[in-house]
Design a protein around this ligand. Structure first.
Ligand code: DAH
Length: 339
């Protein structure tokens, strides 16, 4: 039995010395000194010993237990210190290392233009109005003097949800909604998305953005329209630009005009941006048609008004010399970061 105990001690000491972690040491403690451990197993054989032998073996077993406990304890201390050190080393943070710079986004060129235009008109006392993108044909067409048989419906062919409901082709229906809901003086702009069933190319998209403007009050004239638009174009294209009104036709304004801005690149001499014209068309405008006022419950004998509508993409493309409209929707960071 002595021999058995000696062997066990020798094995245990060897294994303790070789253990590589505190976890392994704990397993060894259970293996040798645990309730069902090897020492207990050996001592179970004590019953067969003589009365003289028993205390000797007992003493020896105690000494072995104490010896192993001490070794285990010491090994645990050593290894846990090592483990701690290793953990600290692994978790070390080099605070002198340069940080990772976060890429901060910025406004999309279309948002830049919309915000700028809003700012100009808010500065002139306009309010911002909104209307639905899913619109009744009545507001989008009929109320604006575009009856079912009017050719203008073809030019603005759109997505029909049913006979009476469409995706709006223009922001002009917001004019009608605003005039029906409040009394003059009215001074609003309405930025928003519009839809047309156009194929995608460098200058067309089935979804694009417009800004509508409407002013209705007593004594509003075409001169007011021109003055307001001048303030607007100077703010967007620079103090030196001029505007030009060309007679045109829109069903909901009379008289109507297309408005050009003198080329802000060449100053009117002709260049690539204005395609040699010296002028660039930027919007449609006119005096609100008396029939439209009447339909909205506003007496055209008392009140007059002007309206205008512009394409945001067009303005952004001119302003930033962007040649292909698709660039505005592709969200290519290399493009967007230039603005
Ligand atoms: N709604 C017109 C379009 O999409 C633009 C327009 C022209 C709006 C004249 C107006 C206006 O308010 O007076 O082509």
């Amino acid at each position: 039995m002595k021999e058995q105990l000696e062997n066990m001690r020798a094995n245990a000491e060897k294994e303790i010395a070789q253990a590589g972690s505190t976890q392994q040491l704990e397993a060894l403690r259970v293996k040798y000194l645990g309730k069902k451990g090897e020492l207990t197993t050996v001592l179970r054989g004590m019953g067969s010993l003589s009365t003289e032998e028993r205390p000797v073996i007992g003493q020896m077993a105690n000494a072995i237990r104490e010896g192993l406990e001490q070794r285990l304890e010491q090994a645990v201390q050593e290894l846990s210190a090592k483990e701690k050190e290793e953990k600290l080393r692994n978790e070390f943070i080099d605070i002198t290392m340069p940080g990772k710079r976060k890429i901060i986004g910025h406004k999309h060129p279309l948002s830049i233009v919309v915000d700028e235009i809003e700012e100009v008109f808010l500065g002139m006392g306009y309010e911002i109005a909104e209307g639905p993108e899913i619109e009744y044909t009545y507001y989008n067409f009929d109320a604006l003097n575009i009856p079912e048989t009017h050719p203008a419906r073809d030019l603005q062919d759109t997505f029909y949800i049913n006979d009476k409901i469409i995706l709006r082709t223009q922001t002009s229906p917001v004019q009608v909604r605003v005039m029906q809901n409040r009394k003059p003086p009215i001074k609003i702009i309405c930025p928003g998305k519009v839809y047309r069933s156009d194929a995608v190319d460098a200058t067309h998209s089935p979804v694009f953005h417009q800004i509508e403007g409407l002013v209705v009050d007593k004594g509003v004239t075409m001169g007011d329209l021109k003055g307001s638009l001048e303030v607007f174009v100077k703010a967007v294209f620079g103090e030196d630009v001029k505007i030009r009104l060309r007679p045109h036709h829109f069903p909901f304004t009379e008289p109507s005009a297309e408005v050009d801005v003198s080329c802000f690149i060449c100053g009117g001499d002709g260049c690539r941006v204005c395609k040699g014209e010296g002028w660039i068309e930027i919007l449609g405008a006119g005096m609100v048609h008396p029939k439209v006022l009447e339909r909205c419950g506003i007496d055209p004998e008392v009140y007059t008004g002007f309206a205008f509508g512009l394409g945001v993409e067009r303005i952004a493309m001119i302003r930033f010399a962007i040649e292909d409209m698709r660039l505005l929707y592709e969200n290519d960071y290399r493009f967007l970061k230039q603005f």
